[in-house]
Design a protein around this ligand. Structure first.
Ligand code: GUN
Ligand code: ZN
Length: 449
């Protein structure tokens, strides 16, 4: 593919002059290989192997006995760090147009800014332009897969999947189900919303690298009837996802109690309606009682922690260690309540949220989480998340000296752990040199392809 060849340091290497690290997140501790290289099959976009550069060269390089491979690319990006692509498990693509809206907490923020912007996405041109812009921003931030909210308009989903399939990114989304407590131009009649989801599943689910998530916005904006039908739909498939929001804000929790006085609490509404399970990701989960954590555990339901959003909306402090002791947690941006699409920036805020609770988050744990950890939470770790052979070659090339400050600070570090922590605290889109999707370069810094 001549498009990407210019970005590849294809072999010809003098190992004495190069430092070629690769991180392959195996288990909780990332595996670090100084002088590493990643070998990718050009025809399939799958990982062939990774390891020390010299060894990869002798096995797969031009002069090796396996040199059949006009097909094999060896990525050895000098002086840079190659990592698996980042995964964002909760983000709203239409909200990129109202990110950083001033001064409100959740319910007012939704009514005054969010719903106003989302109403535009019945227009296919706006939806396409925004989906394209958003996906390019993800790539510029090193994010290669995401679990995404569109809007209640099927056109918004169509626009997103059309663009994602063109880029060949592995993405999950669905039309947002809302049939009450929201402006009329966003509400879709109960059965119509469910039919829209069904049509989207028929057209897009597991087409190429795309997956569908049934997406009721949250308990407030769906009638009990719609939540019931949502649960039935979810249980009629075994590979479709479900995403919604849970216990983000105290006023929200109180409103749900008002709407469902006969349920044990917020999570019980979803449980009763059949929305919980191993393919369910609930964003936030800040205000939960111990029996609710037990329901998460018993159903396998996953929680997406969104630190920049929780701080921006003043929602509260997420209890990471308690939640992790019951179920799987992923880390996500939640743009546009979240204030950055960068998973590195998100980790740095996650660290601060833990600090405020006298807890911590190491660089190893953080970098594991945004790669293999998030892939595991989404049950995609057989396909993405690290560099095991036959996984899809989605990866980022990171310049550890991507800013003047980082360059200076890195000279003062004494260990890999320290370097990675500084990267996690100070890194953002400026350190992402290149983003590769299934072996094809889709982003190079300063150049959006
Ligand atoms: N709860 C229901 N909808 C939303 C949303 O769009 N953003 C956030 N942060 N919380 C929600
Ligand atoms: Zn959200």
């Amino acid at each position: 593919d001549s498009d990407n060849a210019q970005y590849l340091n294809t072999i010809e290497l003098d190992s004495s002059t190069s430092l070629l690290p690769v991180i392959a997140g195996v288990n909780v501790y990332p595996e670090y290989i100084a002088d590493g290289a990643l070998v990718v099959d050009d025809a399939t976009g799958l990982v062939v192997d990774y390891g020390h550069c010299a060894s990869m060269m002798s096995q797969y390089g031009n002069n090796s006995e396996h040199k059949n491979k006009a097909l094999v690319q060896i990525y050895n990006c000098k002086h840079n760090l190659i990592m698996p692509g980042f995964i964002d498990t909760h983000v709203h693509y239409p909200q990129i147009d109202m990110i950083a809206a001033f001064g409100e907490q959740l319910l007012d923020w939704l009514n005054n800014y969010t719903f106003v912007t989302e109403a535009n996405f019945g227009n296919p041109k706006i939806a396409h332009d925004t989906a394209q812009f958003f996906l390019n921003q993800l790539l510029a931030n090193g994010t290669t897969s995401a679990l995404v909210f569109s809007t209640s308009h099927p056109q918004s989903v169509e626009a997103f999947f059309s663009e994602s399939i063109r880029l060949n990114t592995r993405m999950i989304t669905g039309n947002v189900l809302m049939d009450q407590n929201a402006p009329e131009n966003l509400c879709v009649p109960t059965e119509q919303g469910i039919r829209d989801t069904q049509n989207i599943i028929d057209k897009w689910h597991e087409r190429g690298r795309q997956h569908v998530a049934i997406t009721p916005r949250f308990a407030i904006t769906s009638t009990p009837k719609q939540l019931q039908m949502t649960g039935e739909l979810y249980r009629s498939y075994d590979s479709v996802y479900l995403q919604t929001h849970l216990a983000e804000n105290l006023d929200e929790v109180a409103f749900v109690r008002e709407l469902y006085p006969n349920h044990k609490g917020y999570l019980d509404v979803y449980h009763d309606m059949g929305l919980l399970g191993r393919r369910t990701t609930l964003a936030h989960g800040i205000y939960l009682e111990t029996p609710e954590y037990e329901v998460l555990r018993d159903t396998g339901t996953q929680i997406a922690h969104c630190p920049t959003s929780n701080l921006f909306l003043g929602s509260g402090l997420f209890d990471l260690s308690k939640t992790l002791s019951y179920t799987g947690v992923s880390i996500a941006t939640d743009v546009g309540a979240g204030t950055s699409l960068s998973m590195l920036t998100t980790l740095s805020e996650a660290y601060k949220v833990q600090q405020l609770q006298k807890k911590s988050l190491s660089a190893h744990q953080g970098l594991y989480q945004i790669t293999l950890g998030n892939a595991q939470s989404l049950l995609l770790d057989d396909k993405i998340g690290n560099f095991m052979p036959n996984k899809e070659a989605d990866f980022v090339v990171i310049n550890m000296d991507g800013t003047e400050l980082l360059e200076r600070r890195m000279t003062q570090t004494k260990s890999l752990e320290e370097q990675l922590f500084v990267l996690m605290m100070l890194g953002d889109d400026r350190v992402i040199e290149q983003t590769v999707i299934a072996g094809v370069s889709r982003y190079k810094r300063s150049t959006v392809l």
